[in-house]
Design a protein around this ligand. Structure first.
Ligand SMILES: C[S@@+](CC[C@H](N)C(=O)[O-])C[C@H]1O[C@@H](n2cnc3c(N)ncnc32)[C@H](O)[C@@H]1O
Length: 223
């Protein structure tokens, strides 16, 4: 997929995908969005609710790896064991991944190790450090299968207006089957259809405050 770099509202970079007509992150701030939606409202929320020292995350749309990097940095600092699986239909080249500038937002050792292992994480589980393991499954969401169950789903697909097939009840069900009971699903978006779908799949839903530029986002917990 052809992509171009864009500077977002908080100074962090994102990619624009002309074929889809969509950015990889919020134009109001890639770093702020990732930190607010996925790290704070997803990972930190789950850890606080469960007083856990280990956590597993399944991400839909791994892209540049920003959500993973912030999660790995947090877990390493807080001595939490992180198992992370990213689903990505169109993995980015290593050269592009090295140009994000995301080293400005984390411990440099996490960044350097990520760049070193990234090519091997495609279809192979790799250790970043004793706390963090990463595997990127190069597949479309519709083809994805796993034997594993996860504590958290980061749902970071392109917006429904550009990729409606990612947001159908069937697509959501196909990934939510891998969430453990009590597990948390977070995404930057919130729509009537999404709320109805998640309720129909047996989730309790919350309107959480959104990232800068968005009033609300969805957090849903599996019964
Ligand atoms: C909004 S971007 C995600 C940004 C990413 N989380 C990051 O931090 O850079 C959406 C991602 O979904 C991927 N994608 C598009 N169609 C997909 C599909 N059918 N299955 C899995 N991933 C898909 C895109 O290649 C892109 O990386």
């Amino acid at each position: 997929m052809e992509t171009n770099w864009v500077i977002t509202g908080d100074g962090s970079r994102t990619l624009f995908n002309p074929a889809i007509g969509e950015h990889y992150h919020s134009k109001h701030g890639a770093f702020n969005e990732s930190k607010h939606v996925f790290l704070q409202s997803g990972l930190v929320h789950f850890l606080q609710m469960n007083s856990s020292t280990q956590v597993s995350v399944l991400e839909v749309g791994f892209g540049t790896g920003l959500n993973f990097l912030l999660s790995a940095d947090y877990c390493t600092q807080n001595h939490i064991n992180l198992e992370y699986l990213g689903i990505e239909a169109f993995p980015l080249d290593s050269d592009l991944v090295s140009e994000t500038g995301y080293q400005n937002y984390l411990n440099i050792e996490i960044w350097e190790r990520f760049l070193a292992v990234y090519p091997n994480t495609l279809n192979q589980r790799m250790e970043l450090n004793p706390n963090c393991r990463l595997f990127i499954d190069e597949s479309k969401l519709s083809d994805f299968i796993t034997q594993d169950q996860f504590d958290i789903i980061y749902f970071d697909a392109f917006a429904a207006i550009h990729q409606p097939e990612m947001w159908t009840t069937e697509a959501l069900e196909s990934v939510c089957q891998y969430l453990k009971p009590g597990g948390v699903f977070v995404t930057y978006a919130i729509t009537g259809n999404l709320k109805r779908s998640m309720k129909s799949l047996g989730f309790s839903i919350e309107k959480a405050p959104g990232a800068p530029g968005k009033r609300e986002m969805l957090r849903a917990t599996k019964f």
